[in-house]
Every structure is written in structure tokens, then in C-alpha cells.
Design a protein around this ligand. Sequence first.
Ligand SMILES: [Zn+2]
Ligand SMILES: [Zn+2]
Length: 347
Amino acid sequence: MLTVNAIAATSATDPLVRTTVERRDLGPRDILIEISYAGICHSDIHTVRGEWGEVPYPLTVGHEIVGHVREVGNAVTRHALGDRVGVGCMVNSCRDCDNCKAGYEQYCLQGNVGTYASADRDGTVTQGGYSTHIVVDEDFVLRVPESIPHHAAAPLLCAGITTYSPLAHWKAGPGKRVAVVGMGGLGHMGVKIAVAMGAEVTVLSQTLGKKDDGLAFGAAHYYATSDPATFETLRNTFDLIINTVSVPVDMKAYLSLLRLDGTLVSVGAPPEPLPVEVFTLFNNRRSFAGSSIGGIAETQEMLDFCAENGIAPEVEVIGADAVNKAYERVLKSDVRYRFVIDVDSLR
Ligand SMILES: [Zn+2]
Ligand SMILES: [Zn+2]
């Protein structure tokens, strides 16, 4: 076992504190990663505050991880010492169910093993990336292309793949009109990726406060959802809407923005059920769907796509002791656009 420095939550209400976590001895197919940066995802905050169910405290969160391979098990073939690698939201799955066999490990019928707060195969609770090192099976470790700036790469592992997967699945591309709802960590990546895929992209944000950024990321249009005229102007417009916000929205208003065969995909999760009026779906044969991260092969495809297209998250790098303050700012949407912890500050 390796004892490594980390930051952990000890309860739903106390601030995160410096501590240590244990990493397992390397199995034949395991990789020891020295972590450089870990992104702060809104899910981390929901989790440590107990908003998504019971929490096995103390818990180290973090599922946007980049670093370098420092040790490999004797049967590892996919990664080598010194490689720049990443780990996202899951670290294992059954590998045997229909979904796993089809490359959709995130939809594993046995439940995938989350990077934190999940039961690992050895019975321990997984601990995430706000930590100096992590041990992960090589099949769940991604190659991070060198052209992606090191300090900015981590958020691709959750925010990047969460938006890339539905954009790819619903075929965002030339001739398609795509709207991205919300201009936070997920939303700003959704805009950049959809633009790189060739779609005509519209941002729907509460205010016009981030309009200059949205247009700089390549969006063609930017509307405020606080203005009721937006929903009149854009009725029957979009082939695809990616909703990244995790507060309930007026479903009828948003679904009405879809043109024929359009789909509204939610990737943000409000805790309450959303009422959907079925008549709104009848019109234009509309669909309402959800999407969760991406499979391992698709995550690699996303990283390679971002490298090829020169796109990366916009980040604010912080030290370990600034994490509690950063959480408060995330909750106020006061970050452009993702906090990333410089893990050197934990060594
Ligand atoms: Zn996340
Ligand atoms: Zn499975």
C-alpha cells in the first residue's frame, strides 16, 4: 500500500481538509499515476455535501485527473513509464455485459466503478483525484495528447466527454443547428466542441454576461434565457439542444425550440423530476433524452479530437488550500470556466 497526500471531505458541512489516502499495491494490469492537476466538477460538490445520497466519509473526490505514469504492473501494455495520461469518472466496469462489450462502460449493467465513492473490486471505497497519486487499471487510463496544455487538460475527462458524447451521438456537424444551454464548465466545452464539429452553435445563457466569451469560442449566436422574447425568436429552430444546467428549467419552453426531429439532451441533473408535456413532443416529432459521460474508447476519441482541433478548457489554476473557497465560487457560477487544482501544492 502507498500512503499519499490528499484533500478529503469529512462531513457534508465541514470544509475539505488535508489528509492522506491509501492506494493499493499494483496488480499486474495496474498503473501508478503521479497526478499533476485535478479539475473541480460540480458533481464533486453535490457528492461531498450529501446531495446525491449517502457518502462514505472521509472521501476524496475529483474525477478530472491528469498526470504521468510512474509505475506499471508486469502485464501492462497500453501505457508506458513517463506517458501523459488521464482518468475520468470511472475506473472499472464488469467488462462482460452487453453495454460494456459494446464500448459503453459508463452504462455498465452492473454499474461502473466510479472514480470516487464507489465500491472497488477489492472491497475498498474508491478515492478520487484531489491527491498526489492514484492507482488505476490500465484499461481505464486515457492517453492525453501532448499538444493539449497540461494545466488545462483535466476538465476534458468529465466536462469534455460529457458534452462530446451527445454531440457525436446526435451528429452535430455542418448544416446542424445546435444550442448549448448554460455557459459553465460543461457548457463552454460544449460550445467549443460543437463549433469544431462544424455545427452552427447558439448559446442560451441566463444573461448576456458571458456573450463575448461565447462568441470568441465560436458560437454564432448568443441569447439570454431571462428574456422571454428569446423563446419566441427561436421557436422551431434547433436540431439538438444540450442542456448543461442542473436546476429545473421550463421544459415546454425549451422543447418548443426544437425543429423537426430535434432532440433535447440533458447532461445536467436537477434533483427533482422534470415535468414534460407530451403534446410538446408530438409537435415536430421531438425527443427528450439524457446522456452520461462516454465510454473509454469514445473518451480517447474526444481527447484526440480536441488535440487535432486545438481546443482545450478555459481554466483557473488554484492551490490545494483554495479548494473550499473555489467550491463557493462554483456554486455562484463565478468561474471562467473550470477550477483546476495544481496538485504540486499537495506534495
Ligand atoms: Zn464531473
Ligand atoms: Zn458491464
